[in-house]
Design a binder for this molecule. Structure first.
Ligand code: ZN
Length: 78
């Protein structure tokens, strides 16, 4: 989700609680050139968003692969 890029969020709108809640940042994936973080509501545990911290330029192909890996990781977590 682009809106969380370059932002260390401490509170995000939780889709389940329907209000801004404190979130826990967890490292979801480490990729070549990027790290993906997932933000989870500390109250209900619902994922409120994710952030990609880029360590360098990322190609379109590796970005697509990262999106696919996040989707796969989400399924495992659900
Ligand atoms: Zn919540």
């Amino acid at each position: 989700m682009q809106q969380f890029e370059n932002l260390r969020a401490s509170q995000l709108l939780c889709p389940r609680c329907r209000i801004a809640q404190p979130v826990r940042e967890r490292l979801l994936l480490v990729l070549p050139g990027a790290e993906l973080y997932d933000y989870r509501c500390t109250v209900c545990g619902t994922s409120c968003g994710s952030r990609e911290a880029k360590a360098g330029p990322m190609s379109v192909d590796s970005a697509r692969a990262a999106v696919a890996q996040v989707a796969a990781a989400r399924k495992k977590l659900a």
